[in-house]
Design a protein. Structure first.
Length: 161
């Protein structure tokens, strides 16, 4: 539903009548192509379009030397939080991201990831399953633990908006 609203905005700027005419011309071609497709490819196409994505971030540590951003994607087994953790600090320091989410059973879970490389971001993935909300906090620390300079908990995703 959210992606449909994004698609309509450029159409209004370009002229609705021209867009409708182009859509009417393209619709029969798309219908004939989908009728020739196998049932397996149609099922995978509908599953891919059913997945929704919500972006979050950037969330920075209090000294702004570490930050993270990413997206939350829905799938058949629940939600997945994916992001990149960046580190711009000095020697012997690392950036940490802490993800906390509330499951549909009312329990909080956490996952913590670190990045000590100043040249490349670290990609992280959390398979959160069915959750009610998720929050992220970016901190600075050593290679073994978080030592402080954390951001506030920032909301990554919440059920219902």
């Amino acid at each position: 539903m959210r992606s449909a609203a994004r698609l309509l905005l450029p159409l209004a700027a370009a002229g609705l009548s021209a867009a409708l005419a182009a859509g009417l011309v393209a619709a029969p071609a798309a219908a004939s192509a989908s009728s020739a497709a196998s049932p397996a490819s149609v099922a995978s196409a509908s599953a891919a379009s059913a997945a929704e994505t919500w972006e979050w971030g950037p969330t920075a540590s209090s000294d702004t030397k570490g930050w993270a951003n990413g997206y939350v994607r829905s799938g058949s087994s629940g939600l997945r939080i994916v992001g990149d953790l960046y580190d711009a600090g000095g020697a012997r320091t690392c950036s940490w991201v802490k993800i906390k989410w509330l499951t549909d059973r009312g329990k909080y879970r956490t996952a913590t990831y670190r990045n000590c490389s100043q040249s490349t971001p670290r990609t992280f993935t959390v398979k959160a399953g069915y959750m009610l909300l998720a929050k992220a906090m970016v901190c600075r620390g050593s290679a073994t633990r978080i030592t402080g300079k954390c951001s506030r908990w920032e909301r990554v995703w919440t059920q219902g908006g």
